[in-house]
Design a protein around this ligand. Structure first.
Ligand SMILES: Nc1nc2c(ncn2[C@@H]2O[C@H](COP(=O)(O)OP(=O)(O)OP(=O)(O)O)[C@@H](O)[C@H]2O)c(=O)[nH]1
Ligand SMILES: [Mg+2]
Length: 253
């Protein structure tokens, strides 16, 4: 297995959307850029966070790029415009800059940074276009601090999307994923409809429809360390509508 390889010459960009994550970002950048991977780049996509996350990200980029190696970059957008659109912007930039693999990760400490080399090793060894950091396969788990309501909502949303779309991916709503550049090109990010969290479901569904296969590796999902959730009613409603729309549109395919 390639778990402990540094994968020299393989450019990997971690795209991390932020909205008011000032309390989490310095620690996240330290963890990510401390990973034993040679071609790693961290790209923050900040939607003009009122708490100054964008400025902190710039300061961190200056620090981590000080020796002339471009390890970190920041994409600033003018307003809070949804997780999905932030990812489309960040992933498109990563592809344009030559990333061979793109990783999606939250900035709040929920996703285990140390799993990234394992995800990359799996993609390189198996050739699959998508590796899902999965809460819902054997060995995966959710933080016990999540209230019963959150756990049930998460499980329900996942089961709902899986059933409507008839997908085999067990964690279709997962937000911690690694993509090959080819997969993202085949999906054509510009055609995605989701503004918010349903982006996770839409992108996986369209990647599988484009002929790519997915491997799921178990992860433990932790409660966010600092700050507050950005989940709201509008994004939940979109998460209910998007799977139905995808199914109606693609039922003959
Ligand atoms: N740029 C940008 N980032 C966003 C937006 N909405 C959420 N995010 C970021 O996306 C990631 C996931 O959002 P969270 O609020 O943690 O959502 P969640 O993980 O479902 O909710 P919690 O478990 O309660 O934290 C975090 O890094 C957020 O800062 C947005 O509209 N724009
Ligand atoms: Mg979170």
């Amino acid at each position: 297995m390639t778990d402990h390889e540094r994968h020299p010459g393989v450019p990997v960009t971690i795209v991390m959307p932020t909205y008011n994550e000032a309390a989490n970002l310095p620690r996240m950048a330290e963890l990510v850029l401390g990973l034993p991977l040679d071609g790693l780049h961290l790209k923050i996509v900040d939607d003009s966070s009122p708490d100054g996350t964008g400025r902190i990200a710039e300061e961190l980029a200056e620090k981590y790029n000080a020796d002339g190696v471009r390890r970190m970059s920041v994409l600033h957008r003018t307003e809070k415009d949804g997780l999905g659109r932030a990812y489309v912007a960040g992933m498109s930039a990563a592809l344009a800059e030559g990333a061979a693999y793109v990783v999606q990760m939250d900035a709040d400490g929920s996703h285990p940074v140390e799993a990234v080399p394992r995800m990359l090793g799996t993609a390189v060894a198996s050739g699959v276009g998508l590796v899902v950091g999965s809460r819902y396969v054997e060995g995966g788990s959710l933080d016990e601090d999540w209230g019963r309501h959150r756990v049930l909502l998460s499980r329900f949303a996942n089961r709902y999307a899986r059933t409507v779309l008839g997908t085999k991916i067990r964690d279709i709503t997962a937000g911690f994923n690694l993509w090959s550049a080819q997969t993202l090109r085949d999906v054509d990010l510009a055609t995605l409809d989701s503004a918010g969290y349903s982006f996770q479901v839409e992108l996986k569904f369209k990647a599988v429809r484009a002929g790519h296969s997915a491997v799921e590796i178990p992860i433990r999902f932790e409660e966010r360390t600092e700050g507050v959730s950005k989940m709201n009613f509008a994004t939940q409603l979109e998460s209910a509508v998007v799977p139905l729309r995808l199914r109606l549109r693609h039922r003959r395919g």
